[in-house]
Design a protein around this ligand. Sequence first.
Ligand code: ZN
Length: 425
Amino acid sequence: MKDSAPVLEQLRATVAFAYAHVPYYRAQMKRLGLGPDDVTDLDTLRWLPLLNKRQAMHHQRDLAPDRPGADLVPRLSSGTTRDGSQVLLVQTHPDDRRPRPGRVSDEEGGRTLVLPNLHHGPPAPRHDAHVNLPLLPHANAFDQVARLLSRPEDAITRLLGSVTNITALTVWLLDAGVDLTATGVRDIGTNGSLLSAPWRRRLARAWNATLWDNYSLSEIPAVATTCDRCGALHFDDMPVLLELIDPLTEKVAPGPVAELVLTTLLPDVTGFPFLRYRTGDLVELSAARCERGAGFFVLGRAADAVLAMGAAGTEVWLSPRGLLDALDDEPAVDRHPVIHEQRGVVRPGVLGSPRATVVRAGDAVTLRVAVRAPFDEDAAEVAALAARVRSRLLAAHPAQGRATRRGAALHVEVHPAPPAARWRP
Ligand SMILES: [Zn+2]
């Protein structure tokens, strides 16, 4: 948490600005009997109410500062909060500092090959070697990538793309017999969806490259990027205050696993400052001390996480990332096919998210995992897989400091995968 004196001054300036220029915050603070001088540090910032995405959508006109020269810019949100892919009007001002692009595309030397997300994300920046994958992927696109990677004059040292495209490309190239360590690619940046620890290791080993992640929100002009020192994500494009709350009680959480709450700070964000904005994302605070401040890892949407009871009465979060980490190392687990597999571009059964569902009923939470034949016929193997997955989940993400004990007993059930669903174009 950045709580050094300059950040405190920026926080106080931000609250004073919000009180003077943002009708929503002025009304909230007046309702609570607070003036801008009452917020003197991070503890007193917590007197202000949290703001979630639904509230921000509803009050967006009152969240825009009354400043001359500002422009309301519509931003289409991704819809992963399940509040719909709604347009949020974000006000920008000429005084706002533009965030730097992510580290991977920002470096000098070498070229970046961009494999954009098929359905989501900003337009890819212009690069010398830029392959636009068609909406329905075709092996020809990967042929082009292979040709670009094999030509030394193209000097491609970085790949940037969605998790699905990067993993599909890797499987395709390996199956084609390409030695990826000889391509010169040394950095791989992924976006779009969560990359599990097993896939991270697989990609790093196959390419002999460093993996870079980033984290951003449609509504906040700041990007967190992977730190080359501690490996966690830091917001370093512009000053952002991090808080952690328990997503169920909304109380301040001691960590390490909690929902991320952000406050954007002046002087970088004057167009649309957010105070105590709930990201809806469950994160794990990095235990490593780093000179760049607090670092974190993204575990997925808090709404998709459930509490289970771990050993000795302690609670653990079952998060999307935790489930991926626990299941992506199990080749017997069936997978939802990705479009590259459905189209026959890469062999099926390797990519895609594990076929598993979490069912919470009463005092129990059950993870139902589908495995492929003939693995499902060996009872001892099935029981061992269930025990392995359960112990990995219970060891992964402790929910410390919760006052209530609402975690449910965790059961892992393994059953045969349904007959392969045939995809029709
Ligand atoms: Zn760091």
